[in-house]
Design a protein around this ligand. Structure first.
Ligand code: GRA
Length: 461
């Protein structure tokens, strides 16, 4: 259909085109990707024009509208599972018929309102419930479709202009290197050139697989980043039953032996369950200079942790503390026991053994668990043992899934440990602002500690 539509492009009125194409945006054949379907004069201008990195701001403007004309801008993209994500904004053009989202506020009644140049991206929401935007193949872009529709009606008025823009994950020259060395199942992303580059190991949380998208976006900023799988992937354990730090030790040694990774130590970046794994790595393993945790726990959770003759049990939990929110979705924020109390203290990770700097990124509306409590108690624990106070950056209104910038907030999705959808917390606008700032904080933290003179760290390898 897209092909037919493209061939008869010149003869189709905007209304026919809309009937032909809707519901759901058509894939414009590549040749038309950067051009837009336009009625007489209306056109869309992206800046950069045809493609940009997913974590970069995108300029969006519409030209050729009537003075103060009311229009609806509708953004959409399909993920690799074919699921549709959509957002729309209601606008009024300026007196000269121009509409620049950097200067023109969205009016009430859309997916967002106010001056939000990137609102059409961060407000994207899936039609499929409990679905999250993830990028599985970072070598291909997301294709963002943008339509300009007449008026603010629902259903919308006639299609005035349409265009496509590619949102990439790999900057030109960044290399993607699958790593199957020893037991390691990972992907290494290397910036252009020979380096050596400051090295980071990137861990996601419960869910298995090998999410590469945060690692490759970070590599675009000059880091050698190893996205590391640790279960539920290829020949790794299928379930989250127990983890052996020796596996993660192999990954650290792989990085520090790599000719394009700068020593004396690597950085660790862990989200959620990946966060407490990073804290355990930092506490027991050598060669770690800086550890950043996004909404992680300072207690070992979800699986037994072993290293040599050491065993750390998972923090206890009580399913009776699962609440059901007003939308009927499980809220697990209170399920875990307090790692400061009684036998639960055996799960508290001995952070005092670490010889690295720490950064805790906290979503203050995290409903997976009490991330702020964990960060504060981790800080107290470190200071009580005479260690440097960690950096803690808290974001009001941000939920659990703090992703790279412009990933739409996932309010609820399947929690593979709980076995049902859970609410993750967060308010979309605040969560989006948190993602942008946290991304800068994380990069600055690693540049400061991996590129500068390592203060207080020793090359123990
Ligand atoms: C990125 C993916 C989804 C890809 O994994 P995969 O194995 O290639 O995916 P799969 O086999 O197709 O699916 C397996 C399952 O992952 C879920 N899933 C998959 N894609 C999506 C999506 N877009 N939105 C929402 N859910 C998705 C679905 O439930 C899939 O199961 P299904 O195929 O539906 O039976 C996965 O790697 C992942 O989710 N990784 C980790 C994400 C993460 O860090 N989650 C944090 C969860 S909370 C936490 O870690 C704390 C745990 C400890 C505690 O709370 O106590």
């Amino acid at each position: 259909m897209g092909q037919v539509a493209a061939l008869s492009l010149s003869r189709l009125s905007a209304r026919c085109w809309q009937r032909l194409l809707w519901p759901g945006p058509a894939r414009i054949p590549g040749g038309l990707a950067a051009r837009s379907l336009s009625s007489m004069a209306t056109s869309i201008r992206f800046s950069p024009a045809a493609r940009s990195l997913f974590d970069e701001p995108l300029g969006i403007a519409v030209q050729g509208l009537g003075p103060r004309q009311q229009v609806t801008l509708r953004a959409s993209l399909r993920d690799e599972a074919g699921e549709l994500f959509e957002a729309h904004g209601r606008y009024q053009a300026a007196d000269d018929g121009e509409l620049d989202l950097a200067r023109c506020p969205a009016l009430p009644g859309g997916s967002f309102s106010g001056l939000e140049p990137m609102g059409l991206l961060w407000a994207l929401q899936p039609r499929k419930p409990f679905w999250r935007l993830v990028k599985k193949d970072v070598q291909t872009p997301f294709r963002l479709q943008l339509e300009v529709l007449e008026g603010h009606g629902d259903p919308p008025g006639q299609l005035l202009a349409q265009a496509e823009h590619e949102r990439l994950f790999l900057r030109d020259g960044v290399r993607r290197v699958p790593v199957r060395e020893g037991r390691i199942r990972a992907t290494l992303f290397l910036p252009p050139g020979n380096g050596p580059f400051p090295g980071i190991i990137d861990l996601y949380g419960t869910g298995g697989g090998l999410p590469e998208y945060r690692a490759c976006l970070l590599a675009n900023y000059g880091f050698a980043v190893l996205a590391l799988a640790f279960y539920g992937y290829e020949d790794l354990p299928k379930e989250m039953k127990e983890f052996h730090l020796e596996y993660f030790e192999e990954a650290i040694n792989y990085m520090l032996k790599h000719t394009q990774v700068k020593g004396p130590g690597v950085g660790l970046l862990g989200f959620s369950k990946g966060g407490d794994l990073c804290l355990s790595m930092a506490s027991f393993l050598k060669g770690i200079t800086a550890t950043a945790v996004i909404n992680g726990s300072v207690a070992n959770v979800g699986a037994v942790l072993r290293y040599k003759d050491i065993t750390i049990p998972p923090l206890g939990a009580d399913a009776k503390r699962i609440k059901i929110n007003k939308s009927g979705i499980a809220d697990i924020v209170d399920v875990l026991n307090n790692p400061l109390e009684g036998p639960n203290r055996r799960s508290f990770i001995p952070l005092e053994k670490a010889e690295c700097r720490f950064l805790f990124i906290v979503g203050q509306d995290d409903h997976n668990w009490k991330s702020e409590f964990f960060a504060v108690e981790g800080s107290k624990h470190l200071q009580a043992h005479g260690k440097e106070k960690p950096e803690i950056v808290c974001y009001p209104g941000a939920g659990h899934y703090i992703e790279p910038p412009f990933f739409p907030m996932c309010a609820a999705s399947m929690h593979l440990l709980v076995g049902k959808p859970v609410m993750w917390g967060g308010e979309p606008k605040a969560h989006s602002e948190a993602q942008r700032d946290a991304w800068q904080q994380i990069q600055a933290f690693f540049h400061r500690h991996l590129n500068g003179k390592p203060s207080g760290t020793t090359n123990k390898l």
